[in-house]
Design a protein around this ligand. Structure first.
Ligand code: UD1
Ligand code: CA
Length: 456
């Protein structure tokens, strides 16, 4: 069987009114990324030639989010939500010239598996629908099967009693030949109980022309759609449970998995050790053998083999930790590359910086990267030693093997091998501490005696 080209259409125009939200439903986050990102990621496993998201409610925000999640995706606008068939029709102009299979997904259905999609896309029938045996079929569309093939889909609202007893339900996911879909979607009507253009009607239309239609089934859990905040929270719990299981199964050590939070794209190598209460935001990769100690928050960062992070550290987007780097407690790193063997143990902010190999950053060091208007870079060479409580006022460059004295405010570049001191010179007054304390105690005693007389 030759593999056919795939185009992906993700329906995401609905308002999701039951979320009671100003945010379009598909932008609510699950596993650290907008819901629609899950459908896009699942669809990407089919290696599609084109990806089209149909947006309507909050289309501007959805377009921005899609641009970040999948820069190659296009967005089609559906101004009025006249039904799933109408939604697919809005994507058709972007499918001009495409030959192959169109796979339709929903932006609010995050758990469809890659294997399921592969089975759907590689099926030879002209129209293939993803179905599932529903524990409670409720208001789902029902799949009417005859002689082993799919005959039609009947929406709950339009179904008679006998049809409503069918437990095989429509997930909404569908694959169809592009030319056929173009033709059939153009012919959909809205003469039904909802007055909508149903995408599901393409099955009956295809069969009427002697085309083939089939059902591929999956587990009901894969078809779970999000409609309410409670469902979103339940889906998050389900997502996290699976992510923890996957991490354990792939050789990651976690002392208390239930307290570790993953994002959709978190990647952790085997033999990495993750302590309690660690949160992974989007875009984190942890190499084999790295250790994240308890209570860390990581996002958009990379931690190399042998590195240790935390406890209580924060790695923000653009933090790149080389091999054997040590980042300790109450350290924040943002948009900064720490080369191999760098040590930054305590109470430090490194932002918009590059730190060379084996350099030691003393406690309380701050890269003063923001002047209120622009951001500026700090460059620190290899084998340097930044004394505790150094303020590095960017833009500034510290040379290799250079030293800064504790408490320095460094505003000018420091050459290689130099010592820089930027602090007031120390003054020592012998005996003054004792004399000062005596004077202060005397003053306090006088004041107390004065107020006692005043009260008498
Ligand atoms: C749809 C199916 C039903 C299936 C169910 C599974 C149809 C006619 N019915 O019903 O058979 O059992 O999904 O959940 O297809 N959308 C748009 N534009 C629109 C309408 C919908 O983009 O004009 C999007 C929604 O944002 C949503 C998806 O399509 O992501 C499904 O729409 P929804 O209204 O939830 O369809 P159901 O009535 O649940
Ligand atoms: Ca729905």
């Amino acid at each position: 069987m030759t593999e056919q080209a795939v185009a992906l259409v993700v329906l995401a125009a609905g308002q999701g009114s039951r979320m009671l939200s100003d945010l379009p439903k598909v932008l609510h986050r699950l596993g650290g990324v907008p819901l629609v990102g899950h459908a896009l990621a699942a669809g990407r496993t089919l290696d599609p030639e084109r990806v089209i998201v149909v947006a309507g409610h909050g289309a501007e925000a959805v377009t921005r989010a899609v641009g970040k999640l999948d820069p190659d995706a296009q967005v089609a606008l559906q101004e009025q939500q006249l039904g799933t068939g109408h939604a697919v029709a809005q994507a058709l102009p972007m499918l001009d010239g495409f030959a192959g299979k169109v796979v339709v997904l929903y932006g609010d259905t995050p758990f469809i598996g890659a294997d399921t999609l592969a089975a759907l896309a590689s099926h030879t029938a002209d129209v293939v629908v993803l179905g599932f045996e529903a524990a409670e079929p409720g208001r789902y569309g029902r799949l009417v099967v005859r002689n082993g093939g799919l005959d039609r889909i009947v929406e709950f609202k339009d179904a008679d009693e006998a049809t409503r007893r069918i437990a095989l339900c429509n997930s909404g996911v569908m694959a169809a030949d592009a030319a056929l879909l173009r033709d059939l979607v153009g012919r959909l009507g809205n003469d039904n109980a909802a007055g909508e253009y149903y995408l599901t009607d393409v099955v009956g239309l295809a069969r009427a022309e002697g085309r083939t239609a089939a059902v591929v089934t999956c587990d009901e859990a894969e078809t779970l759609g999000i409609n309410t905040r409670a469902e979103l929270a339940a889906a998050e719990a389900q997502f996290q449970a699976r992510a923890r299981e996957d991490a354990l199964d792939s050789g990651v050590t976690m002392s208390d998995p239930a307290t570790v939070w993953f994002a959709l794209d978190t990647v952790i190598g085997r033999d990495a050790i993750i302590g309690q209460n660690v949160v992974f935001g989007p875009g984190v990769t942890i190499e084999s053998g790295a250790e994240i100690l308890p209570f860390c928050h990581l996002e958009g960062c990379h931690v190399s083999s042998g590195a240790t992070v935390g406890p209580f550290a924060r790695l923000r987007p653009g933090a790149e930790l080389g091999g054997d780097v040590h980042v300790g407690n109450f350290v924040e790193v943002k948009n900064a590359v720490l080369d191999e063997g760098v040590k930054v143990g305590h109470l430090t902010y490194l932002g918009d910086a590059h730190v060379g190999e084996r350099t030691n950053i003393g406690a309380g060091t701050v890269t003063c990267n923001y002047d209120g208007v622009g951001k500026h870079r700090t460059e620190i060479g290899a084998d340097a030693f930044i004394g505790s409580d150094t303020m590095l006022v960017a833009p500034v460059r510290i040379g290799a093997r250079a030293l800064t004295g504790s408490g320095s405010v460094i505003t000018q570049d420091v050459p290689d091998d130099a010592l820089a001191l930027g602090r007031a010179r120390q003054v020592v007054k012998p005996g003054l501490a004792t004399r000062m304390m005596q004077a202060l105690r005397g003053a306090k005693a006088n004041a107390a005696a004065g107020s006692a007389r005043g009260n008498g």
